[in-house]
Ligand binder design. Structure first.
Ligand code: PMP
Length: 421
């Protein structure tokens, strides 16, 4: 079956709403490489949207999944529990920031973790409202969409959304929004729209993922924590994209002198198996009554087994340090290229969560066309890159942290070539 034949069948059989970036079909993959059905090889700098911090088919993940496959694949944890779920919760409670008792529940998708964060926050505080930020992305469920701070394409035609969700501007210096302006907007929100005593939670990504890899300034994060403490609001960090060593820390919030009350996790948690988690203060996590949390597939045994292997690999292969090494190497290369390529507006990121933003050098307006051109040229040369950003003018880098040095060099050479042409 060729890519073209599959493409035709795909278009006839599946809805366009499931937008697909590539016009080739995966055949197999290993670590940071992927081959299509016509045996063409790609260096994978997408990692299935930040899922493969430990690479494709890491042997230890494969072994863990195979071992579990030989025992049982599903019982529904809420019917017949299993030890792996409990042990994984213990491990996450131990590594998540915060010097207090924690509890963790597992789900399948990032959006589900977010949904449950809001459920727990409302249940624990008895308050209805939630504040999120412009440019934030929190998933495609109804609450996920409501919290997401970008209309097209995520919210188009899908409303009405759950009530009592408010947005404040996320501080992005490059786009002219300062920390002071964001904080002032929150005060305006409290005056104009919602009494802070009715706010259950403020949710944000420490580094906005889909929104453009904008790093929350430390002063902003600290002010949010203070604001939450002042009004009895819970601080929720959505670490679905930032978690599990990507930013050069296990969790991005560890870059800050701030501890959140609840943390959502997914993506690289289980290295390609569908698993998400909500970890938080024990007393908050225990607010919902038995039966209020869960799901048939939530905490699937194969995914749990895979997540244990992910944590082992991150520890044993020093992937936290490796993220910093690889991220620095990428940033250095981009900053060298920057001297020649005037479309580069900014190179930014934490650890290996790096992005490059493009603008028109004359007008300084976001240049999505340039980002698209670089992406297409890289793909032509076998390097799979993702874009992001409210204006789609950012290229983000999400290579496996297990990528071999030689392959990283090959990818950086392609990148330099396509940026300069
Ligand atoms: N939150 C963040 C920060 C994300 O990046 C994503 C996915 N891009 C989600 C939530 C939703 O995760 P999922 O697609 O697994 O539902």
């Amino acid at each position: 079956m060729t890519n073209a034949e599959l493409q035709q069948r795909k278009n006839a059989a599946t809805p366009r709403g499931v937008g697909v970036m590539c016009n080739f079909f995966a055949q197999r993959a290993l670590n940071a490489e992927l081959w299509d059905v016509e045996n063409r090889r790609y260096i994978d700098f997408a990692s299935g949207i930040a899922v493969l911090n430990t690479g494709h088919r890491h042997p230890r993940l494969v072994a863990a999944i195979e071992e579990q496959l030989g025992r049982f694949t599903h019982t529904a944890y809420q019917i017949v529990p299993y030890e792996g779920y409990v042990t994984l919760a213990e491990r996450i409670n131990a590594i998540a920031p915060g010097d207090f008792d924690k509890k963790t529940a597992f789900f399948s998708t990032g959006a589900e973790a977010v949904e449950n964060a809001i459920k727990v926050a409302r249940s624990a505080t008895g308050r209805p409202a939630v504040i999120a930020f412009t440019g934030g992305f929190h998933g495609r469920t109804m609450m996920g969409m409501a919290l997401t701070g970008k209309v097209a394409p995520y919210k188009l035609g899908f409303g009405p959304f759950p009530a009592e969700v408010y947005h404040a501007p996320f501080p992005v210096a490059l786009h002219g929004v300062t920390v002071e302006q964001s904080l002032a907007a929150l005060q305006t929100l409290f005056k104009a729209d919602v009494d802070p005593r009715r706010v259950a939670a403020i949710i944000l990504e420490p580094v906005q993922g889909e929104g453009g890899f904008h790093v929350a300034p430390p002063a902003f994060m600290e002010s949010l924590r203070a604001l939450c403490d002042e009004h009895g609001i819970l601080l929720v960090c959505d670490e679905v994209q930032t978690g599990f060593a990507r930013t050069g820390k296990m969790f991005a919030i560890e870059h800050y002198a701030v501890v959140p009350d609840l943390i959502t996790m997914a993506k690289s948690l289980a290295g390609g198996m569908p698993l998400s988690a909500l970890c938080g203060r024990a007393e908050l996590m225990d607010a919902p009554a038995p039966g209020g949390l869960g799901g048939t597939y939530a905490g699937n045994p194969l995914a749990i087994a895979s997540a244990h292997a992910v944590l082992d690999v991150i520890r044993d292969e020093n992937l936290v340090e490796r993220a910093n090494v690889l991220g620095n190497r990428l940033k250095e290369r981009l900053n060298t290229v920057r001297e020649r390529v005037r479309e580069i507006a900014e190179v930014r990121g934490l650890g290996a969560m790096v992005a490059v933003e493009f603008h028109d050098p004359a007008t300084r307006q976001p240049d999505a066309g340039f980002a698209r051109k670089v992406q297409a040229a890289a793909l032509e040369k076998g390097l799979l890159l993702l874009t992001c950003g409210t204006h789609a003018n950012v290229i983000r880098f999400l290579f496996p942290l297990t990528i071999e040095d030689a392959l990283m060099d090959e990818a950086l050479d392609i990148l330099e070539e396509v940026l300069g042409t």
